[in-house]
Design a protein around this ligand. Sequence first.
Ligand code: ASP
Length: 318
Amino acid sequence: MSMQSPRRPLALVIHGGAGVIDMATLGETAAQRIHADLDHALDVGYGVLAAGGGALDAVEAAVCALEDAPSFNAGRGAVFTADGRHELDASIMDGQHRRAGAVAGVSSVRNPVRLARRVLEDSPHVFLIGAGAEQFADLHADIERVPNEWFSTEARRLQLLEAQREEQQTWQASQDLRGRYFGTVGAVALDSRGHLAAATSTGGMTNKRWGRVGDSPLIGAGTWADARCAVSCSGWGEYYIRNAVAHDIACRVAYRGDRLRHAAEDVVLGEVPAHGGDGGVIALDRDGNVVVAFSTRGMYRGWIRPDGSRGTAIQRDD
Ligand code: ASP
């Protein structure tokens, strides 16, 4: 009788952003669409894991699916900058080897996470921005390009107009971005070899200017993966950068031996709000423990645990 090695746990967690998600405004049809988009991204990412693929491939595939869904603020459906364009940011990290790739301020790459993966694989660098990142994309025929307007949706245009109207009324109030974002996407995965990976992609904040870049493409702020855990964030990026949120969570696990849930909750429900910010996080450890924590009213999210159980949710109590 042959000895079968025990099946290693597989797990995948995805998010479509934290924020003030008001179900009355969102409406039943849009909510159903979002659940369906999350389910599709879970299917795509988990398909990679179930076929024996790596965590890095799984998070890239899941995030690509979310970038293609106009409901979310990444890829098509990204928010508008103050001058009516789209500037996209993304990052990806391989926990096994601590390799990482990231891009910021790209404007013609259909799936920025794919370009981040190319930076990881095919460049000696980690982080490329703006025109340089576009030039790097020119070197890769598999990176699909689109006109900037391709990312535009009517819903995001209305959000820009509203943000600009508010800004004219009171500059001060318009600078409080708490809960004013939602739709950044991300994924964390554990593969059959026990390796972890994380990826995050966003259009950033509505009405952003001056080449503003948030936490999402910053390794250690919006994205992190090592041998113990993988983390992808969504929230008020300036606070996530200043608190090095993704890395702080991983450090608490590595140095203090915290359980992942405690580490994530201490940072996202403690540190970030204590400094005036808000947002959420998804995370996974090498045992397949799934963690979702957010200080906002809602967070679009989905998960498949090692026991095969799966779900998608929008509000806190879903
Ligand atoms: N963290 C993103 C940023 O600051 C926004 C978001 O998560 O929705 O660009």
